[in-house]
Design a binder for this molecule. Structure first.
Ligand code: HEM
Length: 393
């Protein structure tokens, strides 16, 4: 068996063990804690607290508390675009206006938020687990290598604060990321869509090993990407459409220097493009410090960092530049270029999106909704976090 596949399967097993054990441990612990706090009241007694002193009533309380705790776990309820209609009617407006002012001040925040959503949904579903800070008991997904370059957390915090002011303890951080990334794409000149809502926030982050293995690598080949996305029920077409998100934002040179200097060296790469890559990335040793700007949905957007390669806009008529680049052998990362050149239906998809901007916009919007519907694992304790970086208690 291929080593990567085996590693992924081992990761799946450890994650699934983790997924199944954690809710149980959490439920038991929190029920015991609640029991310690509430039992004297429930029993109407002033006796000191100690398990041995509880009568049968305490076990009834324990069972009840266990039930209540388990009820607050992920259950895969249907999402709905009108979920906050009565409880927080202004939610869409609040998210849009905070996003608009943040992106106006710092254009980099639009791609950053979009990438946050992808990295959230790929690990334990769209549950805002990527936002949780490390605690003495639990590491953070933020600190695992593929996530170390994520930004945009402050924008999500700003949106959440505004929402807590308007409708306290109502809108989940997971819904905030989903709405904000939709607005990010619109602000970049891309398509828009209606976001189904009612996600809940997981109380726990995934373990570092699962986080690392759950995210696609810039060195992945087509088969590895298809396998990675299929774990979330996203097929090759979904994967190809979603990859168009990499039209915007930036990539660090360390992710592509191998394509011009090292192990992933691509002899068929467009020579002019290879030259530009080399210029933006002076050599593998400097990889950490250099940045390369990817293309944008709209040509007017610039980040002001590093070397820039401006693209033509993704318009209805001329299609998406990301896919045109692949056909011209100008894929920045190995994982981009692998989407084209092998022949068959995969090449047809890339050719279609490169020529038909409407087809790309339609599929991208549809697939963002599909990716956004991935729930946290069954039984994961969930809540509406009051602060996105920490669980409620
Ligand atoms: C197909 C597999 C994918 C791979 C291997 C991949 C890999 C990468 C890498 C290596 C970077 C540069 C990160 C850095 O240098 O800090 C990046 C940037 C980015 N990716 Fe992807 N990506 C993939 C799919 C996606 C998807 C599905 C989305 C969203 C739906 C997405 C959104 C973005 C965005 C917006 C950026 C720019 C972030 C910024 O400028 O802050 N990517 N991606």
């Amino acid at each position: 068996m291929d080593a990567t596949v085996r590693a992924q399967e081992e990761g799946d097993t450890s994650r699934s063990l983790y997924k199944h054990m954690l809710p149980f441990i959490f439920s038991t612990l929190s029920s015991c804690l609640l029991l310690l706090r509430c039992a004297p009241i429930a029993l109407n007694t002033s006796q000191p607290i100690g398990m041995a002193s509880y009568g049968s009533a305490s076990w009834v309380t324990l069972a009840l508390l266990l039930f209540i705790t388990l009820a607050a776990t992920a259950n895969g309820d249907e999402l709905s675009a009108s979920y906050y209609e009565k409880t927080c009617p202004n939610v869409q407006h609040v998210v849009r206006s905070v996003m608009a002012s943040s992106v106006a001040a710092q254009p980099r925040m639009a791609p950053a938020v979009l990438r946050l959503f992808f990295h959230d949904c790929f690990i334990n579903g769209c549950d805002a687990s990527v936002l949780l800070d490390a605690t003495p008991f639990s590491p953070s997904e933020k600190d695992v290598k593929p996530n170390a370059s994520l930004t945009g957390y402050t924008v999500i915090d700003d949106i959440k604060s505004a929402l807590e002011h308007d409708c306290p303890a109502t809108v989940s951080c997971a819904d905030v990321i989903a709405l904000a990334s939709r607005d990010a794409v619109a602000l970049l000149g891309g398509p828009t869509w209606s976001v189904p809502l009612s996600r809940k926030d997981s109380r726990f982050a995934a373990n570092p090993e699962s986080t690392k293995k759950g995210l696609p690598s810039p060195h992945d080949n087509l088969g590895e990407l298809v396998a990675m996305f299929s774990r979330l029920n996203l097929d090759a077409r979904d994967m190809t459409a979603l990859s168009g998100a990499d039209t915007v934002g930036m990539a660090d040179c360390m992710h592509y220097s191998d394509r011009v200097y090292g192990a992933d060296r691509d002899e068929e790469i467009d020579p002019y493009f290879a030259q530009t890559m080399k210029q933006s990335c002076q050599g593998p040793s400097e990889a950490e410090n250099m940045c390369y700007t990817l293309r944008t949905f709209e040509p007017s957007f610039t980040t002001g960092h590093g070397a820039q390669l401006r693209g033509k806009p993704a318009s209805k008529h001329c299609g998406c530049p990301y896919y045109r680049n692949l056909i011209a052998r100008r894929g920045l990362l190995t994982s981009y270029q692998t989407l084209y050149g092998g022949g068959g239906p995969q090449d047809n998809l890339v050719e279609m999106y490169s020529a038909d901007g409407e087809a790309f916009a339609r599929d991208f919007a549809k697939t963002m909704v599909k990716m956004g519907n991935v729930p946290p694992p069954m039984g994961m304790p969930v809540e509406v976090r009051l602060k996105c970086s920490t669980a409620n208690y």
